[in-house]
Design a protein around this ligand. Structure first.
Ligand code: AMP
Ligand code: MG
Length: 346
């Protein structure tokens, strides 16, 4: 199959994508979080082909994307608190879990009684969802286990020859996947941190929001994953990533020492550091993850940086960390998994 790449803002591209969706085919498309690999959520065969194209385990459910709230009718019930969160954060990077009806194919939810739904905000995504007016099931458009795509070229890297069309909408603004929040099990709980933070949700709900235990650590043996995606190895580059934590000057020193030691041992090694430390680490092939002052910028760049490490064939990588607060929690959730939570305290 030949994979066509078209400008996401061209009317012809949107028309073609909408037609492909109605025919049960797959399309890679941009959103404000990451690129998605979409299919008609009401077509079980189409949904199954998403799993095949990604190499995704069948027990990892998908997020359904809509452009207007009326599309919820007939698909799900609305749990308490959901209206307030939708008023505040839709369209935007917040996915909510809803008790589902029989109309949602079990292939979408991996047999779970809830369905995850989100309303993206990127204008071209909204146009696409409006043009087809179908609920679109879409996980991130990467091959399973690879970093999520934040550029059309990342989608092409992973999906060339597997899908008929990729819409190119440039860089994804947020750069990390949506926040997944569960209101269906009593205490509101964030299963996956993202651009909408715990503090933002708490302000709207007027009550405390819990964080799933496995956000900043691996799942323990026998622990049930509230969000099945947490079970799988995610976002891991081929090389070994080590996070370095501690006082600023000591971290910069440790990054440099470890990188240069590995080089002496013949390994291809590099560092991920803040813009402010690029100069001090100039002899370590530093990758700029953004300013120490700007967590949103670090989020925006993270996945592209992780993909570059593989392209460069890095064997060991030493990285700075951000405080796990606000959007920083989402960054550390992804970076922690990329490092298999290997941390050096200095
Ligand atoms: P992706 O869009 O590829 O990042 O994957 C969707 C994420 O949403 C995965 O981590 C899933 O585990 C999670 N998810 C989707 N549906 C549900 C659900 N019904 N319950 C819990 N987590 C879900
Ligand atoms: Mg994914």
């Amino acid at each position: 199959m030949q994979t066509k790449v078209m400008d996401a803002n061209s009317p012809e591209a949107i028309e073609l994508a909408a037609r492909l969706f109605s025919q049960g085919q797959l399309v890679g498309f941009p959103t404000e979080t990451v690129y998605g690999l979409g299919a008609n959520a009401l077509d079980p065969q189409a949904v199954l082909s998403i799993f095949a194209a990604k190499g995704r385990p069948a027990d990892n459910p998908l997020i359904v994307h809509i452009w207007r709230r009326e599309q919820l009718e007939g698909l799900c019930e609305i749990p308490q608190g959901a209206e307030q969160l939708m008023d505040a954060f839709w369209p935007g990077p917040l996915t909510l879990l809803f008790p589902r009806t029989e109309r949602v194919p079990k292939e979408v939810t991996a047999g779970l009684p809830t369905v995850a739904i989100r309303m993206p905000s990127m204008p071209c995504t909204r146009k696409l969802l409006q043009a087809c007016d179908l609920p679109i099931a879409a996980p991130s458009a990467n091959r399973s286990g690879r970093p999520s795509p934040t550029l059309a070229s990342h989608v092409l890297e992973d999906m060339d020859g597997r899908i008929p069309l990729i819409l190119d909408g440039g860089e994804c603004q947020v750069g990390l996947e949506s926040t997944v929040l569960d209101l269906t099990h009593g205490e509101p709980t964030i299963l996956r941190p993202g651009g909408i933070t715990k503090e933002m949700a708490e302000e709207v709900l007027g009550r405390e929001v819990a964080l799933a235990g496995s956000i900043l650590r691996p799942l323990q043996e026998g622990e049930v994953a509230l969000s099945p995606g947490m079970r799988y190895k995610h976002y891991a580059p081929q090389g070994n990533v080590t996070l370095v934590e501690g006082e600023e000057a000591a971290v910069v020193r440790a990054l440099r020492e470890n990188c240069l030691l590995d080089r002496q041992a013949g390994k291809s090694s590099c560092v991920l550091c803040f813009t402010e430390h690029m100069e001090a680490l100039a002899d370590c092939d530093p990758h700029d993850i953004g300013s120490i002052q700007d967590q949103a910028q670090v989020a925006h760049r993270l996945f592209d940086t992780l993909r570059q490490l593989d392209q460069e064939g890095r064997e060991t990588i030493y990285s700075e960390v951000v405080p796990p607060e606000g959007v920083g929690l989402a960054v550390m959730n992804r970076l922690g998994r990329a490092a298999a939570f290997r941390t050096m305290k200095v």
